[in-house]
Design a binder for this molecule. Sequence first.
Ligand SMILES: C[S@@+](CC[C@H](N)C(=O)[O-])C[C@H]1O[C@@H](n2cnc3c(N)ncnc32)[C@H](O)[C@@H]1O
Length: 618
Amino acid sequence: MNSITPKTHADPYCDGAVSNSWRQSHQADTGLPNDQAFFQKSFHAPRTPAPERGRRRIDIVSYHRTVPTGRLEAADPKERGAVFTRREVVDFILDLVGYTSDKPLHLMRALEPSFGEGDFLLPAIERLLDAWETDGRPDVHATLANAIVAVELQSGSYTKTRSRLMDLLTSRGIGLTAARRLTASWLVCGDFLLSSIGDGFDFVFGNPPYVRHDLIADVTMAQYRRRYRTITGRADIYVPFIERSLTALNRGGQLGFICSDRWMKNSYGGPLRQFVSEGFHLRFYVDMIGTKAFHKEVVAYPAITVLARQSSGPTRAARRPEIKSKTLSHLAKCLLDANQDSREVEEMLDIVKGNQPWILDDSGERELVRWLEDRFPSLEEVGCKVGIGVTTGADKAFIAQFDALDVEPDRKLPLVMTRDIATGRVAWRGLGVINPFGDDGKLVDLNSYPRLRAYLEEREPAIAGRYIARKSPHKWYRTIDRIDPVLVGRPKLLIPDIKGRAHIVYEDGHLYPHHNLYYIVSDQWDLHALQAVLISGVAQLFVGAYSPRMRGDCLRFQAQYLRRIRVPYWHDVPPSLRTKLIDAGKAKDVKASIRLVARLYGLSARQKAVLAKQCAST
Ligand SMILES: C[S@@+](CC[C@H](N)C(=O)[O-])C[C@H]1O[C@@H](n2cnc3c(N)ncnc32)[C@H](O)[C@@H]1O
């Protein structure tokens, strides 16, 4: 089901007709005659389900129908992922995919899947018209009608772009009637993910929307999930956009998107990476984090990705270029010319490997990670366990000064938080957490713990109001994560989550970690020795390679990335080295750790320098 832009007589360019291709897609979707299909889709769309937990959700399918026109115009652009691209960046991407007017673009086909206010589309059409003029302006409709398909969900943006496009076409000497016909065949107002625009494109370019899946109505999400194999977990909408756009490419066709880079490394991007690895070549990657690529500041981690439907090959990469026409035009030439040796461009091999995260860091780091991965087992294979501290869902109720928690002694645990380890050593501030779980892992019976019952009941509104408590009312007093009290007594390494640099702190077995703190415990490895390995740059190297970068160049030191770290088995570490590693860990001696770790892994001088570089910026 899709929405259709209603006829607007006030619009001087509107000929009152919905684009033909769009009408056809409606008919194809429903199998009904045009008008009946139109009626069904426009007026019998399912009701939007109630928003969950106070968050407004967009029902993209019935978007135009459910949001009154006035509100639609004012709809939060963030919610529909409307961030428009700067002209310099648009030209750069069009150059990279080869959409250049020295080619017979009017004989080729291009797709812009979410054209917004035309910031990508119109410069592309200028190039198309240049190519068509060079060819002597053959019959307008016959030559140009199939050259572009451009889709946009939001009717306000659609209408605005249609006017801009009419202005462009008429300014290039195309008559009003021909311009109207072209516009009607090129522009589609609807949901790209659900429309039937077909395949067979030589180029796809644009800036797909970023809309988190939980902002999309369940009914729409269910339709997306049925159609797209790459949507898993919390996948953002740009993931199926990329899948659909890649499917639309001809053999040899090229896609150029500026888009969030999250999917290249994170878990929800896995199926899309797999999809890419099954038939596409990652030709260019340009890291755009921190650049002014858009018309407004956004909290996003953009990258330009150019993918071609052809067998795999090397990837040419550049990082954070200056957003100036001259700079970008020069960079495009350097990227495109494989024979040109340029300081700005790096060539990388084997970036795309099944669903594996793409390691796009600079080559020394990438090579060292791969080298270690080929030779050493992972942390968990050598007997280390990586976990995360407790999330209670209501810290104010569950956490207080340990001594002031008026419950039975075995119902509370001393808690360590990120602030307690800020100096690099544990300085416990005396907080504790309520533990409603028994040693058997089950919730305790409150009848057996009258003080705990009284404590919890006094705070019942805060505790029982949590989502987890509403879902299972008989377990209303559980913490979100199960607490395993045995962990308190185990020595552990504590690692705070979002940090620019790895911060590894030894805790000798007295405290329970709070959420945002990851921990490593081991019955095999000595934890002081492991601390030396991790502070030598090894943690930074692996997490830097696998974690997406956050604002301020921070990394996520989460379990999934920490588990990627490779170390030898403890029994393979020579006894003399063991003692030295333990001493270096205890002293938090980074220099000694680098030296010892180079021996531990058998690193070359060059590899040791790469490791040291991880710490140099610490
Ligand atoms: C990031 S903006 C990019 C616009 C334009 N390509 C540019 O670069 O300036 C994304 C656009 O996608 C539109 N959009 C959101 N969901 C869509 C969908 N399911 N189908 C088509 N367009 C959609 C939004 O309304 C918004 O205009």
